[in-house]
Design a protein around this ligand. Structure first.
Ligand SMILES: [Zn+2]
Length: 347
């Protein structure tokens, strides 16, 4: 197992040479050392060049009986690869429902999964704040690691006032851009398994048609909100692309990353804006604590205006099984329904 090699290498380089792991407590200490070192293990994958068997290493051609082993970082990307790959892929998503990718750190299990995968997909654009540099280096070294946003142009991307020089990573909220991500995934899968290229191309085309239908439905639904109320106030700036695609003015309490916490001035300024514009609802996000938005709500009330919590949106993670939001299409539908209900005044 490659991961064993990694761990032994870590121990060799960090544990004094006199240390021999004979007793149970010695072994327990070793486990602690490994746990402490886990953020560095991913970096070691690069140093050892240990990532992923290549397609040429395969004994069997890709088929439902011998699917491609894929790792994806976020649940949104895991769903995308499943939609395009169908039964020709087995996808392990590292981040489950409700997990914040900006703050996520690779675990020992993740490092193991990455080293064993044939293909790794990540978002890029600094979404996976603690992992993205490592992935970029792996991709740069020709390892089978791919950012689904690689094919997007400067015109596609929104810039970020918060991080000068960086783009807003939340591209999936524009289904038009997510079609391009779907094409990128299809291209990578086809290059990995040319014998199944026709299947991947057909699945990509079908999924693009699904996203076109979703876009048309979302546009019709959101256009029903009175123009003055087309203002989306959420926990963090995940919805910039959504606002651009569907004509909503978007305000997040935190910036495009959750690494920086909102301060009292942010709460005060946002509350002043909400009270002045008499915005009917604030929205929570599934991967972020509700405390910030509750503080905004209280500050709005202090200004003599009552704003509702309009519901919880799926921001950086899909919903769990049974929520109806455990696919990208289901997630976007759920968000649009919540937004329309929250911003449409009772008649
Ligand atoms: Zn985010």
């Amino acid at each position: 197992m490659k991961i064993t090699v990694l761990v032994i290498t870590v121990l060799k380089t960090t544990v004094p040479k006199t240390t021999v792991l004979k007793t149970e407590s010695d072994r327990y200490s070793a486990v602690n050392i490994i746990r402490w070192l886990s953020p560095f293990l991913l970096a070691l994958v690069i140093l050892l060049g240990g990532c992923a068997p290549r397609s040429s290493d395969r004994v069997n051609p890709v088929s439902p009986e011998h699917p491609i082993r894929v790792v994806a970082t976020t649940s949104v990307i895991a769903d995308l690869v499943r939609q395009i790959g169908g039964d020709l892929v087995v996808v392990e998503g590292l981040m489950g429902p409700g997990v914040d990718p900006h703050l996520y750190q690779a675990s020992e299990g993740d490092v193991s999964a990455i080293t064993e995968a044939e293909l790794v997909f990540y978002n890029g654009l600094h979404l996976e704040g603690k992992m993205v540099e490592i992935f970029e280096q792996m991709e740069g070294r020709g390892m089978p690691v791919h950012a689904v946003t690689d094919g997007l142009s400067d015109e596609d991307l929104l810039s970020s006032a918060q991080f000068t020089g960086n783009h807003d990573p939340h591209v999936w909220f524009d289904p038009g851009l997510w079609k391009k991500a779907a094409q990128a995934v299809g291209t990578v899968l086809s290059a990995h398994a040319p014998e199944q290229a026709e299947r991947f191309a057909a699945a990509t085309a079908a999924y693009e048609a699904d996203l076109d239908m979703l876009t048309a439905w979302a546009r019709t639904s959101l256009d029903a909100i009175p123009e003055d109320y087309r203002v989306l106030v959420t926990s963090h700036d995940a919805f910039g692309y959504f606002g651009r695609a569907f004509g909503l003015d978007v305000h997040g309490l935190q910036g495009i990353s959750t690494v920086l916490e909102a301060g009292t001035a942010d709460v005060r300024d946002l509350a002043a804006f909400v009270a002045e514009r008499r915005i009917p609802s604030l929205f929570l996000e599934s991967s972020i604590s509700p405390r910030g938005m509750e503080a905004v709500r209280a500050a709005v009330r202090d200004r003599g205006f009552e704003v509702r919590i309009g519901g919880t949106l799926y921001g950086d993670a899909l919903g769990g099984p049974g929520t109806g939001a455990d696919t990208y299409v289901g997630m976007l539908r759920s968000n649009v329904e919540t937004i329309v209900a929250g911003l449409t005044p009772a008649s």
